[in-house]
Design a protein around this ligand. Structure first.
Ligand code: ZN
Length: 188
């Protein structure tokens, strides 16, 4: 009995090394009672689309997500990716489409881990794949609408409008090539 158990445990750790044995878990919590419906909506999006989102992002970038679980606090303020055990912060009032788009955007920051040097704008790197992941998951008109939403975003140090113009001046294959070049130069 004991021997069988050990054998199963060894088998499952082998599987973990090859691909995710369990989906990447995100624990959405409302920072206040009034944000509970928004937290529920994020949770439902993740339950329905989390596996697709993770698979598309890992395939397009060639990178692998942290094991998780990732915490996400729903509140009314700018969205942040957090880092490792520091939770993401996600705006409650976004439309359903922008909630999906923002999950990809913020997870994009997390997926880069510490590959991006401090003097490089993180967005100049993640925008090399965020648009293409949006297109793959939800189509080009979705992606174009969400770029328009992000272009209007102000108040942070990042100039989203200029950064999106820069990323979209390249073709999809140029973005992919530039991204892979960046990863090769910065992989530790
Ligand atoms: Zn960002």
């Amino acid at each position: 009995m004991q021997a069988t158990f050990v054998c199963v445990a060894m088998l499952s750790s082998t599987l973990v090394a090859q691909e995710r044995a369990t989906p990447l878990q995100i624990n959405f919590t409302a920072s206040a009672e009034s944000f509970r419906p928004a937290a529920k909506e994020y949770d439902e999006i993740w339950a329905a689309e989390g596996s697709r989102i993770v698979a598309a992002m890992e395939r397009v970038t060639g990178l692998r997500f942290e094991p998780g679980p990732i915490g996400a606090v729903i509140y009314e303020g700018p969205s942040f990716s957090g880092f490792r055990e520091r939770p993401m912060q996600l705006r409650a009032s976004y439309s359903s489409a922008t909630k999906r788009a923002t999950l990809v955007h913020e997870l994009g920051h997390r997926l880069m881990g510490d590959l991006v040097p401090a003097d490089v704008d993180h967005h100049s790197i993640i925008f090399l794949f965020v648009y293409d992941v949006w297109v793959e998951l939800w189509g080009q008109s979705f992606a174009d609408e969400q770029v328009a939403v992000e272009r209007k975003r102000t108040g942070s140090s990042a100039n989203y409008d200029a950064l999106w113009t820069q990323a979209l001046a390249l073709s999809a294959s140029e973005r992919a090539a530039r991204f892979q070049q960046f990863v090769q130069e910065h992989r530790k």
